[in-house]
Design a protein around this ligand. Sequence first.
Ligand code: ZN
Length: 117
Amino acid sequence: MPEIKTYSGSCHCGAVRFRLKTETITTGVRCNCSICVRKGAVMSSKYFEPHEVEEISGTENLTTYQCSDKVMDHVFCRTCGIYPFHEWKSTYRVNLGCIDDLDVLALEIGLIDGRSF
Ligand SMILES: [Zn+2]
């Protein structure tokens, strides 16, 4: 069984906080689609299931942007503009830069060719 760790995360101003319960994060992804390439964030390699994402607080501070496809909720903090995760069918891909004590640029970072989807 892989070790399960609890990670804490937040947007930049701290209005939005959450915890992740998951196996140790060793990888991340970047994506070249029109929205991700503008954000430049390193995202989690997988979508987290609802039971892995705990205690999201400050959700009233989040606002949602939907691209033309309308399948993905890109949420961001109204105060600091940071985008902690996006939501797709009640699962979450997390902006790893929002995770406390995670050296995000030291992860093995892959590329998703979202532009071709
Ligand atoms: Zn914020």
